[in-house]
Design a protein around this ligand. Structure first.
Ligand SMILES: *Cc1c(COP(=O)(O)O)cnc(C)c1O
Length: 424
């Protein structure tokens, strides 16, 4: 058997990969040489599917040739265009179709959902988030607490790893929830931390929180399209995610929400409403009083942004074709191959921050590198050799995406990093 550090080993893995042809369904930025780059930042902005242009052009052409009549013209009339996402998006997060809606952008949706699901009173008002959460999420929860008259310093509990550790232990999450249970109104944390790549135990957190009377929402920006989830079965109250990362919808793409079936009849639950969330059967009779449609769709505000939605459809169709199980299986293999190779770089103590257990990581591997002063040199070295990755201070984040990355990409990253280290 050849060694994993040989290029031919990676090439053999690619030959055995049933998803290898999906790479051809994506557009890769080019290097100066004309060669495609090796792209490892699908956790930040997914690549453009080749078909996206056609999906978007179809809607532009419809607009050009029909004007307002495009709202009702088949196929895919704009009036009901958002409904096309119910089934494929439900598959991505493990939901029933009426539990998901595609609308707005991520941070907007976090706020809209917290308006409905963060209902603090003087005793139970705290929000739990992970320390080192994405800044927008920290700003969102702090501003929600403030909006309700609480001091975020007191109202926001940050779950921190133990000293000397990079990621949270499940038992520490549970212990905090149990210790502060009566005062916590909401858990609002990521499903996958954007920096460490750690997958949080969403099912267990939800179970423990619900026993304590706490509402649970997750930000799935780094989870949607990356890891398998069963939001409905896990009984999660609500969730929100963007689609331009692993779901390849393009910069600033339209976002997704989940609201559990349990909350589908909730006429009395406070929410900020708009006509698109009204019951479709009376939407155009424009009743005086808002009658929410059942399910996540009731949180929609405005008529659907068709162009970014067309772009999202192009990518979701690829997910449906490839199949989530196959993607998962390849994702795990790419990740463990990357981990194996990085550990083989001689004499350099690269330390993975991302947990190694299969259920605690997605495709991303975050690696602490020993010398933060080298970050710029390392980033330039990789970039000059055609690798797009995220090197910041002492951490390199690499996300091999099963739809368009190959085992040879992973090998090439290893070999380039090894060469950089040898030159130091
Ligand atoms: C990417 C990301 C965001 C970005 O929010 P936008 O509203 O889409 O700009 C927010 N939160 C998390 C956790 C993210 O990973």
């Amino acid at each position: 058997m050849e060694s994993p550090t040989e290029r031919s080993y990676a090439q053999a893995l690619d030959r055995d990969d049933p998803l290898r042809s999906y790479r051809n369904e994506f557009l890769f930025p080019r290097q100066r040489t004309g060669q495609p780059v090796v792209y490892f930042t699908g956790n930040s902005l997914g690549l453009q599917p080749v078909e996206t242009r056609r999906y978007v052009l179809r809607e532009l052409d419809k607009w050009g040739s029909m004007g307002v009549e495009g709202h009702f013209e088949s196929p895919a009339p704009w009036y009901s265009y958002h409904e096309l996402f119910a089934a494929p998006m439900a598959n991505i997060v493990g939901a029933q179709p009426h539990e998901v809606a595609v609308m707005n952008s991520l941070t907007t949706n976090l706020h809209l959902l917290m308006v409905s699901f963060y209902r603090p009173d003087s005793k139970r008002y705290k929000i739990v988030i992970e320390k080192g959460a994405f800044p927008s999420d920290r700003y969102a929860v702090a501003s929600q607490a403030h909006f309700h008259g609480f001091d975020p310093k007191d109202a926001v509990i940050e779950l921190a790893p133990r000293d000397g550790e990079a990621t949270l232990r499940n038992e520490d999450i549970v212990a905090t929830l149990e210790a502060e249970g009566d005062s916590i109104a909401l858990v609002m944390m990521a499903g996958v931390n954007y920096y460490t790549g750690q997958v949080f135990p969403m099912k267990e957190i939800t179970e423990v929180a619900h026993k304590l009377g706490i509402t649970v929402g997750f930000d799935l920006a780094h989870a949607a399209g990356n890891i398998p989830m069963q939001l409905h079965d896990w009984d999660v109250d609500f969730a929100a995610w963007c689609t331009y990362k692993y779901l390849n919808s393009g910069p600033g793409g339209v976002a997704g929400i989940f609201v559990h079936d349990r909350h589908k009849f909730a006429p009395d639950r406070p929410r900020f409403s708009g006509w698109w969330g009204n019951d479709p059967s009376t939407r155009f009779s424009m009743p005086d009083a808002f009658v929410p449609q059942e399910g996540a769709g009731g949180w929609q505000l405005s008529n659907a942004p068709i162009l970014p939605m067309a772009s999202l459809r192009a990518s979701l169709d690829l997910f449906e074709q490839a199949g989530f199980d196959a993607l998962q299986s390849k994702s795990q293999k790419l990740h463990s191959y990357l981990r194996t190779l990085v550990a083989k770089i001689p004499n350099i103590p690269f330390e993975p921050l991302t947990p190694s257990e299969e259920e605690r990581h997605g495709c991303q591997l975050s690696i602490r590198q020993p010398d933060p002063n080298q970050a710029n040199d390392m980033a330039n070295f990789l970039r000059e050799r055609g690798i797009i990755s995220d090197v910041r201070n002492d951490v390199i984040r690499i996300a091999p995406v099963p739809l368009y990355n190959s085992f040879e990409d992973v090998w090439y990253f290893y070999d380039t990093l090894r060469e950089f280290c040898e030159r130091q």
